[in-house]
Design a protein around this ligand. Structure first.
Ligand code: MLT
Length: 251
């Protein structure tokens, strides 16, 4: 396996397609997506355009859909949710499709949707992603940060490092950014909350009184869910690699 890290979707090569692409938006889109699927959402459908979300979700039965819209860290008027994973509850999300558009995270997922396999990763479900990579061994893996409006994001880079670090014995590093991400994680793995609080988007969220979001989004491996794209822009909870392994070993 060769792993590459790209700080933002804008940096992803145009003319190539990897075997596996992993979108990261620790604060907060992929943390929210993992939390929603873990709470029993039927699927999460991502949009970079709010109007496209509005029109496509209109065709969905009202009692089977939820709409999340965020811009600049704030909820968009007329939507059920902003983008806080702390708003997710099984009672509200079970068996419903979450239609979501955020400032950056949903753009990353749209940018990589042509890859053979597309995964959404955050610190909260890091181990599920590591287990998947160990199980599937894709030849080329692009890990794509969401950043902020085209700029680098510390929190996404540290998550990319958190995914690659346990795999170092069995991977090749595709670019310098991947090595730097591993080094960043090794420096901060025991104080990820502290790192998120120093990140520029973490600072923005703290100004919006979202400290509890940073605390939650910094918790490594608390969810065993693997958000995997089933069709372009639509992610569902894939069977966990360890579960698949257990099933095949029993068969
Ligand atoms: C993003 O898409 O950049 C973030 O998820 C924004 C947020 O914190 O909601």
């Amino acid at each position: 396996m060769k792993l590459f890290y790209f700080h933002t979707p804008e940096l992803v090569p145009d003319a190539e397609v990897p075997d596996c692409a992993i979108a990261i938006d620790v604060l907060r889109a992929t943390s929210t997506i993992a939390t929603a699927l873990n709470a029993g959402a039927e699927a999460v459908q991502v949009f970079s355009d709010l109007n496209a979300l509005r029109s496509e979700s209109e065709a969905w039965p009202a009692d089977r859909r939820l709409r999340a819209g965020e811009r600049g860290g704030k909820q968009v008027e007329g939507f059920d949710f902003g983008n806080s994973p702390l708003e997710v509850t099984p009672e509200r999300f079970r068996d419903r499709r979450l239609f979501i558009s955020t400032t950056n995270g949903t753009r990353s997922l749209q940018r990589i949707q042509q890859a053979k396999t597309v995964i959404a990763a955050a610190l909260v479900n890091r181990q599920a992603v590591v287990d998947f990579l160990k199980q599937e061994q894709p030849e080329t893996v692009w890990i794509v940060g969401s950043g902020w409006e085209g700029s680098y994001a510390l929190e996404d880079s540290v998550c990319a490092g958190a995914i690659a670090a346990p795999l170092q014995a069995q991977i090749a590093l595709g670019n310098d950014e991947m090595l730097a991400a591993i080094a960043l994680y090794q420096r901060w793995e025991n104080n990820l909350y502290g790192l998120l609080c120093q990140a520029s988007h973490g600072q923005r969220l703290l100004r919006l009184n979202c400290e509890a979001d940073l605390d939650y989004c910094s918790r490594v491996d608390v969810l065993q869910v693997l958000p995997k794209q089933q069709e372009p822009g639509v992610l569902t909870a894939a069977p966990r690699a360890s579960t698949v392994q257990a099933q095949t070993s029993v068969a």
